[in-house]
Design a protein. Structure first.
Length: 307
């Protein structure tokens, strides 16, 4: 490995706390990673990493060297990104993490368009609902719904997704159809909570131009989007969900929309990535492409614009 590759490897080991994960992220054998770091430590005459059975941590010298390496690698990427040929023909590996519904229903059905436009970019995509440590896991950017909480990341709003409140015909037959949000107190809802917060999200509506929240009881809560839809289809209760995720079920009659006179404020969806002075060309072109994709998919209707 040359010095540049070794510096990349070293920073990745520090960020992931593992030789194995860092080697996997860079697609090199673990033995190669071990030998490269040993050679680096010998050349510098300093021990950079403390190895235990569970974790790899930087020494004091290693932490100082890591901070310098981050600046060096950042400056180099900035320099490469400034070249017009690089901007016009971005290449390399782009690691993405996408929420499952957004991956399967919006992004992946159109991903060949991105491939035809940027044939030199290799995509590695993970999917799920969990929070992702972008730096620690070597992820370039993520697409997530909700209001971003991590202020260390750059967040670019992609769309405001219309939401619907719906339930199965079986549930509505047993419990009745609410006529006003205030009646939700007498209903059951499928609870949804984030992986890192043990809380149930309330239902939200726009009433007289203001956002009003209504707590709804229930006997089941989940933290997975697919489970949320499945529970609604099974008659477990009302759900408030982005319309695009249940359009097929609404058309087939397996779910029915309620409270149509009280629209939701909409659920924001954003693309998030770590801050860099010069955004990587790979990330830049993906952000531009996915922004256009969401603008097209969730463009307000003519009726909405006239309202």
């Amino acid at each position: 490995m040359d010095r540049f590759d070794t510096l990349q490897l070293f920073t990745r080991i520090v960020e992931q706390g593992s030789f194995t994960r860092a080697a996997g992220a860079l697609d090199i054998p673990r033995a190669t990673a071990t030998h490269a770091i040993k050679t680096l430590e010998e050349r510098l005459g300093a021990r950079l990493l403390e190895r235990t059975t569970r974790q790899v941590r930087p020494t004091l010298d290693g932490q100082a060297f890591y901070e310098r390496c981050k600046h060096i690698l950042g400056d180099l990427e900035d320099a490469e990104s400034s070249l017009s040929t690089t901007l016009a023909n971005p290449r390399g590996i782009l690691r993405l993490d996408l929420h499952g519904a957004h991956a399967n229903l919006i992004i992946l059905p159109r991903i060949q368009e991105f491939r035809r436009r940027y044939a030199q970019i290799e995509l590695i995509i993970s999917s799920g609902d969990r929070l992702v440590d972008l730096v620690g896991e070597g992820i370039d950017c993520v697409v997530r719904a909700g209001n971003p909480r991590d202020s260390s990341l750059v967040a670019r709003r992609l769309a405001l997704m219309p939401e619907v409140v719906c339930a199965s015909p079986d549930y509505l037959e047993r419990h009745g159809r609410p006529a006003h949000p205030a009646e939700l107190a007498g209903h059951q809802a499928v609870g949804f909570f984030s992986s890192n917060h043990d809380i149930r999200y309330p239902f939200s509506f726009l009433i007289d131009g203001e956002v009003a929240e209504f707590e709804v009881g229930g006997w089941i809560s989940v933290n997975d989007a697919e489970c949320y839809s499945t529970c609604a289809l099974s008659g477990c209760g009302l759900t408030q969900v982005p319309r695009f995720r249940v359009e097929e079920h609404l058309r087939s009659g397996r779910l029915e929309e309620v409270l149509t006179d009280w629209p939701s404020p909409g659920l924001p969806v954003s693309v998030l990535y770590p801050y860099h002075r010069q955004l990587s060309p790979r990330v830049k072109v993906f952000v531009e492409w996915v922004s256009a994709l969401y603008a097209e998919r969730f463009a307000p209707s003519e009726a909405t614009r006239r309202a």
